[in-house]
Write a protein that binds this ligand. Structure first.
Ligand SMILES: [Zn+2]
Ligand SMILES: [Zn+2]
Length: 248
């Protein structure tokens, strides 16, 4: 029996999600608690939690969810295929935003509900603002991930050979430096490259550390949560691989 699968591309879904995210954002902006200070705070807080959420799901798709599981199974298959063929296209806007809309729509609806129930309470404002911020990051997570794979614009063999070479380096800081140099040679839009270098958006140098062994750096938004999740996910991933190696 075929496993239930979500469509790869849906303009109506993206449109509904954009409207929902705008409504949730307007409710936050119109609150009396909204100021430059709370906006900056919410930006970083929502960025951290959205990043961590993508790390948890990515880890699940790589190691936990079976292919036979409805909805999640086909996504897990796609994630593992992405390891074999790490090429994504940032100009595939509708596909990238559709993938972002799946988590973003429910999260933005929760944001609307929290802001609506919250009234003047500062705590509820911060909760609603964080959830709403997460829905914005979530909408763009796959577009951000695709920008971290601009290596697809280089000849794949040439790119993969360079990545393989860098992955041989023993020092991780040197790996990041070499990846940075490699990605500076690619046609990534200047603003995006700047945000990547400032670590506001997922830095390809960091994301490609995931693509060396698939044991670390699972996040897909900005990498802020990796230092916290890497030790736990790394340990589980290594023991999973060892178990499967002894079974084979
Ligand atoms: Zn992965
Ligand atoms: Zn990737």
């Amino acid at each position: 029996m075929a496993v239930l699968e979500l469509p790869q591309s849906s303009k109506p879904l993206v449109s509904v999600t954009v409207v929902s995210v705008i409504c949730a954002s307007l409710m936050v902006i119109r609150s009396d608690n909204f100021s430059v200070l709370t906006a900056i705070f919410l930006f970083f807080l929502s960025g951290f939690f959205a990043d961590m959420l993508t790390a948890f799901f990515h880890f699940g798709f790589d190691y936990v969810f079976p292919y036979s599981m409805p909805i999640f199974g086909p996504i897990a298959r796609e994630f593992r295929a992405h390891h074999e063929q790490p090429t994504l296209d940032p100009s595939d806007y509708v596909v990238n935003l559709t993938k972002g809309a799946y988590p973003s729509l429910p999260v933005s609806l929760i944001g609307i509900l929290v802001s609506w129930l919250g009234g003047d309470s500062l705590g509820m404002f911060l909760l609603g603002g964080t959830v709403t911020g997460m829905s914005i990051w979530a909408l763009f997570f796959h577009q951000i991930h695709a920008y971290a794979h601009m290596g697809s614009h280089l000849h794949p063999e040439q790119f993969n050979a360079r990545v393989a070479e860098i992955s041989q380096l023993a020092d991780q800081r040197e790996q990041i430096r070499q990846f940075d140099r490699l990605f500076d040679t690619l046609p990534i839009p200047k603003v995006i490259r700047l945000l990547q270098r400032w670590r506001i958006l997922l830095n390809p140098a960091v994301h490609n550390l995931h693509h060396i062994k698939f044991e670390s750096d699972f996040s897909s938004v900005n990498g802020w949560s990796d230092p916290l999740t890497n030790p736990i996910f790394g340990m589980i991933a290594r023991s999973y691989k060892q178990r499967h190696m002894t079974q084979d």
